[in-house]
Design a protein around this ligand. Sequence first.
Ligand SMILES: Nc1ncnc2c1ncn2[C@@H]1O[C@H](COP(=O)(O)OP(=O)(O)OP(=O)(O)O)[C@@H](O)[C@H]1O
Length: 258
Amino acid sequence: MLSLSNVWVEYGEKVVLERISLDIAEGSFVSIIGPSGAGKSSLLRVILGQDQPSRGTITLDGEPLPKECGPDRGVVFQRYSVFPHLTVLGNTLLGLEFAQAPFAARLFGGARKAAIAQAGEMLAEVGLADSMNLYPSEMSGGMQQRLAIAQALIKRPRILLLDEPFGALDPGIRTDMHALITRLWREFGLTIVMVTHDIKEAFGLGTRVLTLDKRRHDPHAPHRYGAGVIYDIALTRKVQAEAEAQVVGITIDTFGNN
Ligand SMILES: Nc1ncnc2c1ncn2[C@@H]1O[C@H](COP(=O)(O)OP(=O)(O)OP(=O)(O)O)[C@@H](O)[C@H]1O
Protein backbone atom coordinates (compact mmCIF):
# COMPACT_ATOMS: atom_id res chain seq x y z
CA MET A 1 0.00 0.00 0.00
CA LEU A 2 2.63 2.51 1.12
CA SER A 3 6.07 2.22 -0.36
CA LEU A 4 9.24 4.11 0.47
CA SER A 5 12.11 3.70 -1.93
CA ASN A 6 15.60 4.92 -1.02
CA VAL A 7 14.20 7.80 1.05
CA TRP A 8 16.65 10.32 2.55
CA VAL A 9 15.89 13.20 4.89
CA GLU A 10 18.61 15.83 5.02
CA TYR A 11 18.70 19.30 6.52
CA GLY A 12 21.60 21.07 4.84
CA GLU A 13 24.72 19.10 5.75
CA LYS A 14 22.91 17.10 8.36
CA VAL A 15 21.77 13.65 7.26
CA VAL A 16 18.89 12.47 9.44
CA LEU A 17 17.64 9.43 7.52
CA GLU A 18 19.38 7.54 4.75
CA ARG A 19 18.37 4.82 2.34
CA ILE A 20 15.00 3.96 3.84
CA SER A 21 13.23 1.40 1.69
CA LEU A 22 10.04 -0.06 3.09
CA ASP A 23 6.78 -1.60 1.95
CA ILE A 24 3.93 -1.20 4.38
CA ALA A 25 1.01 -3.54 3.82
CA GLU A 26 -2.58 -2.39 4.14
CA GLY A 27 -3.99 -3.20 7.56
CA SER A 28 -0.64 -3.50 9.30
CA PHE A 29 0.29 -1.83 12.58
CA VAL A 30 3.90 -0.71 12.34
CA SER A 31 5.71 0.41 15.48
CA ILE A 32 8.85 2.51 15.13
CA ILE A 33 11.39 2.62 17.93
CA GLY A 34 14.93 3.96 18.19
CA PRO A 35 17.10 6.31 20.21
CA SER A 36 16.22 9.96 20.68
CA GLY A 37 17.11 11.99 17.61
CA ALA A 38 17.24 8.94 15.32
CA GLY A 39 14.68 10.49 13.00
CA LYS A 40 11.48 8.66 13.97
CA SER A 41 9.31 11.79 13.86
CA SER A 42 11.06 12.89 10.66
CA LEU A 43 10.04 9.61 9.04
CA LEU A 44 6.45 10.11 10.17
CA ARG A 45 6.45 13.66 8.79
CA VAL A 46 7.49 12.56 5.31
CA ILE A 47 4.81 9.87 5.30
CA LEU A 48 2.30 12.50 6.44
CA GLY A 49 3.40 14.78 3.61
CA GLN A 50 4.30 17.57 6.03
CA ASP A 51 7.95 17.37 4.89
CA GLN A 52 9.40 16.20 1.60
CA PRO A 53 12.23 13.68 1.46
CA SER A 54 15.43 15.17 0.07
CA ARG A 55 15.91 12.06 -2.08
CA GLY A 56 13.87 8.99 -2.95
CA THR A 57 10.20 8.38 -3.58
CA ILE A 58 7.12 7.53 -1.57
CA THR A 59 4.11 5.97 -3.26
CA LEU A 60 0.60 5.20 -2.05
CA ASP A 61 -1.11 2.44 -4.04
CA GLY A 62 1.63 2.81 -6.64
CA GLU A 63 1.01 6.55 -7.15
CA PRO A 64 3.39 9.26 -5.90
CA LEU A 65 2.26 10.46 -2.48
CA PRO A 66 0.33 13.74 -2.85
CA LYS A 67 2.48 16.64 -1.60
CA GLU A 68 -0.03 17.89 0.94
CA CYS A 69 -1.53 15.73 3.63
CA GLY A 70 -4.95 14.67 2.31
CA PRO A 71 -7.87 12.99 4.07
CA ASP A 72 -6.21 9.61 3.42
CA ARG A 73 -3.78 10.29 6.29
CA GLY A 74 -4.63 11.26 9.86
CA VAL A 75 -2.22 12.05 12.67
CA VAL A 76 -2.19 12.13 16.47
CA PHE A 77 0.71 13.76 18.32
CA GLN A 78 1.70 13.41 21.95
CA ARG A 79 0.10 16.76 22.81
CA TYR A 80 -1.33 19.99 21.53
CA SER A 81 -3.46 18.72 18.71
CA VAL A 82 -6.78 19.89 20.16
CA PHE A 83 -7.91 23.51 20.13
CA PRO A 84 -8.42 24.90 23.66
CA HIS A 85 -11.09 27.42 22.65
CA LEU A 86 -13.38 24.78 21.09
CA THR A 87 -15.55 22.22 22.83
CA VAL A 88 -15.15 18.50 22.23
CA LEU A 89 -17.88 18.68 19.58
CA GLY A 90 -16.37 21.81 18.01
CA ASN A 91 -12.94 20.19 17.86
CA THR A 92 -14.34 17.07 16.22
CA LEU A 93 -16.48 18.99 13.74
CA LEU A 94 -13.56 21.14 12.65
CA GLY A 95 -12.00 18.43 10.48
CA LEU A 96 -15.22 17.95 8.57
CA GLU A 97 -15.78 21.70 8.28
CA PHE A 98 -12.33 22.23 6.77
CA ALA A 99 -12.85 19.33 4.37
CA GLN A 100 -16.34 20.33 3.26
CA ALA A 101 -16.18 24.13 3.51
CA PRO A 102 -12.48 24.99 3.15
CA PHE A 103 -12.99 28.77 3.01
CA ALA A 104 -15.56 29.44 5.71
CA ALA A 105 -14.62 26.38 7.84
CA ARG A 106 -18.26 26.32 8.88
CA LEU A 107 -21.20 24.21 7.79
CA PHE A 108 -24.85 25.24 7.81
CA GLY A 109 -28.29 23.62 7.71
CA GLY A 110 -28.51 19.98 6.70
CA ALA A 111 -24.77 19.65 6.11
CA ARG A 112 -24.09 20.83 9.69
CA LYS A 113 -26.73 18.48 11.09
CA ALA A 114 -25.17 15.54 9.24
CA ALA A 115 -21.69 16.55 10.42
CA ILE A 116 -22.89 16.77 14.05
CA ALA A 117 -24.40 13.28 13.77
CA GLN A 118 -21.14 11.96 12.33
CA ALA A 119 -19.10 13.68 15.06
CA GLY A 120 -21.44 12.22 17.70
CA GLU A 121 -20.88 8.71 16.35
CA MET A 122 -17.12 9.17 16.33
CA LEU A 123 -17.12 10.56 19.88
CA ALA A 124 -19.16 7.56 21.03
CA GLU A 125 -16.50 5.31 19.44
CA VAL A 126 -13.78 6.89 21.59
CA GLY A 127 -15.93 7.02 24.75
CA LEU A 128 -16.62 10.77 24.76
CA ALA A 129 -20.35 10.73 23.96
CA ASP A 130 -21.18 12.33 27.32
CA SER A 131 -18.46 14.98 27.12
CA MET A 132 -19.38 16.80 23.92
CA ASN A 133 -19.77 20.22 25.53
CA LEU A 134 -16.59 20.15 27.62
CA TYR A 135 -13.54 22.25 26.77
CA PRO A 136 -10.10 20.56 26.66
CA SER A 137 -9.05 22.33 29.90
CA GLU A 138 -11.90 20.53 31.66
CA MET A 139 -10.65 17.12 30.53
CA SER A 140 -7.93 14.70 31.63
CA GLY A 141 -4.92 13.95 29.40
CA GLY A 142 -6.46 10.61 28.40
CA MET A 143 -9.73 12.29 27.39
CA GLN A 144 -7.83 14.86 25.33
CA GLN A 145 -6.01 12.09 23.49
CA ARG A 146 -9.33 10.33 22.85
CA LEU A 147 -10.51 13.60 21.34
CA ALA A 148 -7.35 13.88 19.23
CA ILE A 149 -8.01 10.35 17.94
CA ALA A 150 -11.65 11.24 17.12
CA GLN A 151 -10.42 14.36 15.32
CA ALA A 152 -8.00 12.29 13.24
CA LEU A 153 -10.49 9.52 12.45
CA ILE A 154 -13.54 11.61 11.57
CA LYS A 155 -12.23 12.12 8.04
CA ARG A 156 -11.95 8.34 7.73
CA PRO A 157 -8.24 8.18 6.85
CA ARG A 158 -6.80 4.91 5.58
CA ILE A 159 -3.50 5.56 7.32
CA LEU A 160 -3.24 6.74 10.90
CA LEU A 161 0.11 8.15 12.04
CA LEU A 162 0.74 8.23 15.77
CA ASP A 163 3.70 10.16 17.21
CA GLU A 164 4.09 8.99 20.80
CA PRO A 165 0.35 9.34 21.30
CA PHE A 166 0.33 7.84 24.80
CA GLY A 167 3.72 9.14 26.00
CA ALA A 168 2.26 11.74 28.36
CA LEU A 169 -0.36 9.48 29.95
CA ASP A 170 -0.37 7.57 33.24
CA PRO A 171 0.21 3.80 32.95
CA GLY A 172 -3.41 2.85 33.79
CA ILE A 173 -4.81 5.24 31.20
CA ARG A 174 -2.25 4.00 28.68
CA THR A 175 -3.60 0.47 29.02
CA ASP A 176 -7.13 1.74 28.26
CA MET A 177 -5.81 3.67 25.27
CA HIS A 178 -4.01 0.56 23.98
CA ALA A 179 -7.31 -1.33 24.04
CA LEU A 180 -9.06 1.60 22.32
CA ILE A 181 -6.52 1.97 19.51
CA THR A 182 -6.45 -1.79 18.90
CA ARG A 183 -10.26 -1.84 18.61
CA LEU A 184 -10.33 1.17 16.27
CA TRP A 185 -7.50 -0.27 14.13
CA ARG A 186 -9.52 -3.45 13.57
CA GLU A 187 -12.95 -1.80 13.30
CA PHE A 188 -11.88 0.86 10.78
CA GLY A 189 -9.45 -1.39 8.88
CA LEU A 190 -6.70 1.16 9.47
CA THR A 191 -3.04 0.98 8.58
CA ILE A 192 -1.17 2.44 11.55
CA VAL A 193 2.38 3.72 11.83
CA MET A 194 3.24 4.56 15.45
CA VAL A 195 6.39 6.10 16.91
CA THR A 196 6.97 5.18 20.54
CA HIS A 197 9.72 5.14 23.16
CA ASP A 198 8.01 2.29 24.97
CA ILE A 199 9.39 -1.02 23.69
CA LYS A 200 6.66 -3.02 25.39
CA GLU A 201 4.02 -0.87 23.72
CA ALA A 202 5.77 -1.27 20.34
CA PHE A 203 5.72 -5.06 20.57
CA GLY A 204 2.36 -5.27 22.32
CA LEU A 205 0.44 -3.27 19.71
CA GLY A 206 2.42 -3.70 16.50
CA THR A 207 2.26 -6.39 13.87
CA ARG A 208 5.70 -5.22 12.83
CA VAL A 209 8.44 -3.36 14.70
CA LEU A 210 11.06 -1.22 12.98
CA THR A 211 14.18 0.00 14.76
CA LEU A 212 15.82 3.13 13.43
CA ASP A 213 19.44 3.85 14.23
CA LYS A 214 22.70 4.85 12.61
CA ARG A 215 24.69 2.07 11.00
CA ARG A 216 27.79 4.23 10.69
CA HIS A 217 29.23 6.92 12.94
CA ASP A 218 31.86 9.49 12.09
CA PRO A 219 33.08 10.91 15.43
CA HIS A 220 34.49 13.96 13.62
CA ALA A 221 31.26 14.68 11.74
CA PRO A 222 28.30 13.36 13.73
CA HIS A 223 25.77 14.52 11.12
CA ARG A 224 27.49 12.88 8.19
CA TYR A 225 25.51 9.67 8.38
CA GLY A 226 21.80 9.26 8.93
CA ALA A 227 19.77 6.51 10.53
CA GLY A 228 18.37 3.55 8.64
CA VAL A 229 16.17 0.59 9.49
CA ILE A 230 18.39 -1.66 11.61
CA TYR A 231 15.78 -4.27 12.55
CA ASP A 232 12.52 -5.03 10.80
CA ILE A 233 10.61 -7.58 12.86
CA ALA A 234 7.32 -9.07 11.66
CA LEU A 235 5.27 -10.31 14.59
CA THR A 236 2.90 -13.21 14.36
CA ARG A 237 0.72 -13.55 17.44
CA LYS A 238 2.94 -16.14 19.05
CA VAL A 239 6.16 -14.27 18.35
CA GLN A 240 4.42 -11.13 19.58
CA ALA A 241 3.61 -12.70 22.97
CA GLU A 242 7.09 -14.15 23.31
CA ALA A 243 8.81 -10.94 22.33
CA GLU A 244 6.71 -9.02 24.82
CA ALA A 245 7.69 -11.39 27.64
CA GLN A 246 11.32 -11.20 26.63
CA VAL A 247 11.32 -7.41 26.52
CA VAL A 248 9.88 -7.31 30.04
CA GLY A 249 12.72 -9.62 31.13
CA ILE A 250 15.36 -7.44 29.47
CA THR A 251 13.96 -4.31 31.08
CA ILE A 252 14.00 -5.86 34.55
CA ASP A 253 17.57 -7.12 34.07
CA THR A 254 18.75 -3.77 32.74
CA PHE A 255 17.62 -1.98 35.87
CA GLY A 256 19.03 -4.70 38.09
CA ASN A 257 15.76 -5.23 39.89
CA ASN A 258 15.65 -8.93 39.40
N1 LIG B 1 13.56 21.22 10.47
C1 LIG B 1 14.70 20.71 10.90
N2 LIG B 1 15.88 21.33 10.65
C2 LIG B 1 17.04 20.80 11.08
N3 LIG B 1 17.15 19.67 11.78
C3 LIG B 1 16.03 19.03 12.07
C4 LIG B 1 14.74 19.50 11.65
N4 LIG B 1 13.78 18.63 12.10
C5 LIG B 1 14.46 17.65 12.74
N5 LIG B 1 15.78 17.89 12.73
C6 LIG B 1 16.83 17.05 13.34
O1 LIG B 1 16.64 15.74 12.88
C7 LIG B 1 17.04 14.81 13.90
C8 LIG B 1 15.94 13.80 14.10
O2 LIG B 1 14.83 14.43 14.72
P1 LIG B 1 13.49 13.62 15.02
O3 LIG B 1 12.61 14.52 15.82
O4 LIG B 1 12.95 13.07 13.76
O5 LIG B 1 14.05 12.43 15.91
P2 LIG B 1 13.24 11.42 16.85
O6 LIG B 1 13.86 10.07 16.63
O7 LIG B 1 11.78 11.53 16.60
O8 LIG B 1 13.64 11.99 18.28
P3 LIG B 1 12.87 11.89 19.69
O9 LIG B 1 12.78 10.43 20.01
O10 LIG B 1 13.76 12.63 20.63
O11 LIG B 1 11.52 12.54 19.52
C9 LIG B 1 17.37 15.64 15.13
O12 LIG B 1 18.76 15.74 15.24
C10 LIG B 1 16.75 16.98 14.85
O13 LIG B 1 17.47 18.02 15.45
